[in-house]
Structure formats: C-alpha cells, structure tokens
Design a protein. Structure first.
Ligand code: ADP
Ligand code: MG
Length: 322
C-alpha cells in the first residue's frame, strides 16, 4: 500500500521550470511577467458525468488539462501553471501512471507545468479538479462582452465530431466503427488552439471556447455584448466524418454539440488578413462563419437563407437533459 506522499512523489512531481517552486512545499510559486495580470480558471470532472469509466487514462489526463487550457485560450492568455485535485476510490498504479503521463505530456507541450495539488481517497468514483493559471495583458484580454455589431464571427478547428463520438459510444446513434474511429479523437483528445489564442489579444474583440455547443456559447457573447448575430451554416467548419450524417443529427452535432474546446470569437473585418496569417503560422483551421448585428438574437441560416431551428440549444448540467 502506497502512502499519499509516495503517490505524489511518483506520479505528480516533475522538475519545475526555472523561477518556479513546484510540488513539495505548502504553496507553489510561479513568475508573472511585469505588466501582465494573473488569469485563472478551474474545472471539475466527475466519473460517469464528464468522462466514461472506461476512458483511456492517458487520454483522460490529457483532456483534464486541455479543457482548462482551453479556458485560458478563450481569454487570449499564456498558460503558466496548473494545480490538480484528485480523489480516487483506490490506488490503481497502472491508471495513475497513464493518467499522470497524459497530463504531464500536454502540460509540457503548452507550458502549463503541474506545480501543486491535493490527493485523497474518494467515497465513490474518480473526482478530478484542475486549476490553471496563466498571464495576459489586461488591456487586450478577450472578454465575452466586447463584441461590436458588424464584427466578423470566427471559429477555429472543426465542429460536430465530439458529439457524434459520444452519441455512438452511448448508443444514441447506430453502431458504426468507421465513424467512431474518425470522430473519437476529437472527443477524447481535444487540442485547444492555445498558441494561436495568445496572439488574438488586440486583434479579436470577444472570445470564448466552445464547450456547451456553438449556438449556446455564441449566445453568451451576444447577450454579454448586447448584440445579435447571423451565422451561415454552409460556412461552418464541419468535421468530415459528420458531413455525411442526416441533417437533423448533423445540425445537432454541429450547433449544439459540446466538448469541442475550440474558439469562437469576433473581430473587426479589418483584421481578416492578419487572422488568416496567424492561423496559417500556427497551423490552425480558421473559418469566418457570420456577422454580429444590432438586431438581437442568433439566426442560423441554411443554404436557402432559411433559419435552422434547434430542438435543444446545447448542454446544461441543470437542464432537462442532465
Ligand atoms: P498540505 O498538507 O500542505 O496541503 P499535501 O500533503 O496535501 O500538502 O501535499 C504535498 C505537496 O504535494 C504539496 O506541494 C501539494 O501541492 C502537492 N500535491 C499533492 N497532491 C498533488 C497532485 N495530485 N498533483 C500535484 N501536486 C500535488
Ligand atoms: Mg493538501
């Protein structure tokens, strides 16, 4: 039987970068460049609710950090460090090894080292809480309330795959091994555009990461900014695996499907060229999908200019579907 300290040492202690104080003291220290503000966010993931019990632990380690780094990206922040709260019902070394490797691999890739946390035994199931910290120029931070009527609306990456993968895994869509293989990486190994996002401050106006579905998440920007929007379905960057599905299934996956961890942001039309250059340089797919309007509300139009109406706008933990 391992002690809590053995587990922390074995799985969660890595050499901290220069200028940091990492795992081992009462608190961690991380440097913030002068003139920048600390930006922080936390997320809670419960077994059975946010991840399936049989998920590959390496991918889970990646995803728990990636969903938090996605929040930093949504503010245009530079990742700087992370904290991990972990409660497990028992000590499963193979699981801890794979989980921590997945976490550390992404942490190293995006410069968000694990510098502290807490480890305890849970009563039931695995509970994971990740806190991320980053830094941002407070003058150009990307807030939800900063969209202006007439802004272009942009989406990074692709839409639809995580929702389709989840529906296949949960049996809500008929078994299709090929479609599952094509869509599953987007669900289990999200890749938020954290590098591109750091260059978005001062270029874009408002931004957020798509976690509960494009329609619902864009709605947050519109309400906070006091404007509306028109989005053209044909311009949305739809994952190729999803494009062949029946319209109702596809519309739901693309517009209401969560777990995307890509950005939706607005920017003045004068920034189009610069944004395309930035996206090319960072290897990010970027699509201009619509425009913000003075008229309130979100209108999503199909090829014929007809409005697409969704049965449910997106995921809500306290809504009917939760
Ligand atoms: P304390 O009792 O002072 O809260 P702990 O014994 O809980 O300290 O933790 C010892 C050290 O290990 C601290 O630096 C803490 O941040 C770190 N730590 C504990 N659990 C984790 C974890 N899951 N991931 C990263 N660091 C952790
Ligand atoms: Mg503690």
């Amino acid at each position: 039987m391992s002690s809590e300290f053995d587990l922390i040492k074995r799985y969660f202690t890595r050499t901290a970068p220069d200028g940091y104080l990492g795992v081992g003291d009462d608190c961690a220290l991380l440097p913030i460049p002068s003139g920048r503000s600390l930006v922080t966010s936390t997320d809670l993931l419960l077994e059975g609710r946010h991840f399936l019990s049989d998920i590959d632990p390496f991918l889970l380690g990646h995803k728990t950090l990636a969903v938090n780094v996605s929040d930093l990206a949504a503010m245009g922040a530079v990742p700087a460090g992370s904290l991990l709260g972990l409660a497990v019902p028992d000590v499963d070394h193979a699981w801890l090894q794979a989980f921590s490797e997945g976490f550390h691999a992404f942490a190293e890739a995006c410069g968000c080292p694990l510098i502290g946390g807490d480890t305890t035994r849970s009563v039931d199931g695995i509970v994971i809480s990740v806190t991320v910290m980053g830094h941002v120029d407070p003058k150009t931070v990307l807030r939800r309330d900063a969209a202006v009527p007439g802004d272009d609306i942009w989406v990074t990456g692709e839409l639809g795959a995580p929702d389709v993968a989840l529906a296949l895994l949960q049996g809500r869509l008929p078994h299709d091994a090929q479609l599952l293989a094509a869509t599953r990486p987007a669900l289990e190994a999200p890749q938020p555009p954290w590098r591109f996002a750091q260059r978005l401050g001062g270029v874009g106006h408002a931004a957020l990461d798509i976690s509960d579905g494009l329609a619902q998440d864009l709605g947050h920007i519109l309400r906070a900014s006091g404007c509306g929007a028109t989005v053209y379905y044909a311009k949305l960057p739809i994952h190729p695996g999803v494009a062949s599905l029946a319209p109702s299934v596809q519309h739901h996956a693309v517009l209401a499907g969560g777990d995307v961890y890509q950005l939706c942001f607005t920017a003045p039309s004068s920034q189009r060229e610069r944004l395309h250059t930035m996206a090319n340089e960072e290897g990010v797919r970027l699509a201009r999908v619509g425009v913000t309007t003075t008229e309130p509300g979100l209108r999503i139009l199909d090829d014929n200019g007809k409005q697409i109406i969704l049965e449910s706008a997106g995921f809500d933990h306290f809504g009917d579907r939760a």
